[in-house]
Each structure stands twice: as C-alpha cells, then as structure tokens.
Write a new protein. Structure first.
Length: 225
C-alpha cells in the first residue's frame, strides 16, 4: 500500500466560494485559513503523513488587485501569530518554500519567529509556499549551481531547490485541472487528484477519502509491475 508521506495541496476556489454567497472575495480567503488549520491538524494526527505543503501565495498572485494582496499578507501574519501555539502543541514544524524577500519586514519576521519556535518539533512539517513558483525555484537553483565547474546532477538540483522532498499525493481543489507552477520538479511521479470542492468547503473527510484511493493506486515510477 502506498504511503502519502508528502501531500501537496493547491487550495483553489476561495474567491468563487465567497462570490457564491454574495460576499467579498477576501471572505473566502478568511474561510480558507480556517480550513488550512483543520487540514493541518488532521494531517498531524496521521502517523504516515510527514509533510504537508500548501500553496498559499504564488509568484503570479502579485498580479491580483492591491487590496486583495494586502488582505492576504495581513491574513498570513494573523494566521501565523494565532497558530504558533497550536503548531507547538501538535509538534508541527513550520517551514516555507518560495522567495520571502518580496514580503514586508514585519511578515518576514513573523515567519522567522514561527520557524524558530517550532524548529525542535519532529512531527508533521507544515510548509507554506509563499511567493512560490516552481519555475522561479528552479531558476534560482540553476543560477546558484552554475557557479560550480561540475555538470549539474539530479541530486545536486534536488538539494538546491527550496523543497527537497518528492510529492506523493498532489491535490487541487476548485475544479481546475492544472498545476499552476506548483512543485513541478518534486511532482514528477506524484499522483494527482482533482476535486470540484471549493477550498473553504474541503474537509478532512474528503481528504481521508482521497488518501484511501491513493493508497490503492499502482505506482510504477516508470518501471514495470
Ligand atoms: C486560491 O483561491 C487561493 C489563493 C490564491 C490563496 C490561498 C490562501 C488561503 C487558502 C488562505 C490563507 C492561507 C493561509 C495559510 C492563512 P482563488 O482566490 O484563486 O479562488 P478562485 O479561483 O475562486 O478565484
């Protein structure tokens, strides 16, 4: 049976969820933050799940209206401050992938504090993808490696990327069937699951069902049965 050691999620559908209820898009992000909390706690309670990587803000999300971007930044800061205690209580280590340099000093400091205060935790790793794009991640890795005289190997690339862990199970909520520049290198042999459920409606029950299906998939990694 397959083990979903590393689950990655594209949390899509917040805006549509809010609009369907006649609310402003940002209300969907607020509801989405609650689901991040619930899904993280569920994953922390499953022994086989080691890592949960969540796509919270992409390198392309800066194109959104300024007010929505500002709201997302504030929401992240609030979420991290509020979650610190719960993360520690549940032995969850907080990490990030992506280029944090573009964020405000205040948000960078909050992120750093939560990382430091949970660095001793050895249960689930919750990794937020922040100002993350797989192409940007790969370019940064290549630019850093090209200083070396040696040919670049697969291992060297893997070690230079922000996320050094292959994805087992990649889920996208919100009905679209695309990867949107998320963990392209690490998902080379990930199993992909797409659901129409909008992120604020996603539950641990649905995740549990997806994991059960995933455990039965035959993974061949390019080889034969
Ligand atoms: C996609 O929905 C979601 C985002 C761009 C942001 C994800 C953010 C959250 C889930 C909440 C905040 C996260 C944390 C960790 C506190 P969309 O706005 O593209 O939805 P749409 O496709 O319906 O417009």
């Amino acid at each position: 049976m397959n083990k979903a050691k590393h689950i990655a999620i594209i949390m899509d559908g917040n805006g549509r969820w809010a609009e369907l209820q006649g609310k402003k898009r940002v209300k969907g992000h607020e509801a989405g933050a609650g689901v991040v909390r619930a899904i993280t706690e569920y994953c922390a309670a499953q022994e086989e799940i080691e890592r949960l990587t969540l796509y919270a803000f992409s390198t392309e999300n800066w194109k959104r209206p300024r007010l929505e971007v500002e709201f997302l930044m504030k929401l992240l800061d609030k979420y991290l401050n509020q979650e610190l205690e719960t993360l520690m209580k549940n032995n969850i280590r907080f990490e990030t992938v992506g280029d944090l340099g573009a964020f405000s000093k205040k948000l960078q400091k909050t992120i750093q504090t939560v990382k430091e205060k949970t660095s001793h935790c050895d249960g689930l790793v919750q990794s937020l993808a922040l100002n993350y794009g797989a192409q940007d991640e790969m370019l940064r890795a290549i630019n850093s490696l090209k200083k070396s005289q040696d040919d670049i190997t697969l291992e060297m690339m893997s070690q230079e990327l922000d996320c050094k862990h292959d994805v087992d199970l990649l889920i996208r909520t919100g009905g679209d069937h695309r990867l949107s520049n998320f963990l392209l290198w690490q998902s080379a042999y990930a199993e992909l699951f797409f659901t129409d459920t909008l992120w604020p409606d996603f539950t641990d029950k649905e995740l549990d069902k997806i994991i059960k299906k995933f455990t039965k998939v035959e993974r061949r990694f390019g080889g034969l049965k």
